[in-house]
Design a protein around this ligand. Structure first.
Ligand SMILES: [Zn+2]
Ligand SMILES: [Zn+2]
Length: 173
């Protein structure tokens, strides 16, 4: 498992899973490979169930109202999944694992997403998770921008909303 939990990869991967939940162990394996994760063992149906539980817990973090609630929910995820950090060099050089060795994929993802989200929020800002501001879109995004002003999931949503607001201003009331 080689996503750097300090970078943007983990929260973007979590958002991808939340926006397009895998429907089978095979699909989950495909999502992981697409994200650049090295799978150390076959993905099993139990991994899918555990991953969907992570996504549920993570979606509640996204939809939390206020920093305190958000922190409480992340802390609950950490308590359920993460172990003390330890150094490992099993591949690609030395890095930290926040889990015990030889865990199934579902447990690895739970620890990775919990820790990656905690690091994202404390380093970039507690408000850096959200849903698209476009009226017709609920897509979740993690704001890893330098300006910290992301409000839309994508350029098409931002453009569509800009056009809509422009028309609303011009129409006589
Ligand atoms: Zn590793
Ligand atoms: Zn959107």
């Amino acid at each position: 498992m080689h996503l750097n939990p300090y970078g943007a990869d983990v929260v973007n991967f979590a958002a991808e899973l939340a926006n397009h939940p895998p429907r089978s162990a095979d699909e989950l394996a495909g999502c992981c490979r697409a994200a650049g994760l090295v799978l150390e063992r076959p993905v099993e149906p139990a991994d899918l169930g555990r991953t969907l539980a992570v996504i549920d817990a993570w979606t509640r973090v996204v939809d939390a109202t206020g920093e305190q609630e958000r922190a409480k929910l992340v802390n609950e995820m950490l308590a359920r999944s993460a172990a003390y950090p330890r150094m490992t060099d099993h591949a690609h050089g030395w890095h930290l694992h926040y889990r015990d060795d030889d865990q199934p994929l579902g447990a690895v993802l739970f620890a990775l997403i919990s820790v990656g989200t905690a690091l994202h929020l404390v380093s970039r800002g507690m408000d850096r998770l959200g849903r698209c501001a476009a009226a017709d879109c609920e897509t979740i995004f993690a704001d890893t921008s330098r300006t910290a002003r992301q409000r839309y999931c994508s350029h098409p949503c931002a453009n569509r909303d800009a056009v809509r607001r422009h028309r609303a201003r011009r129409s006589p009331s």
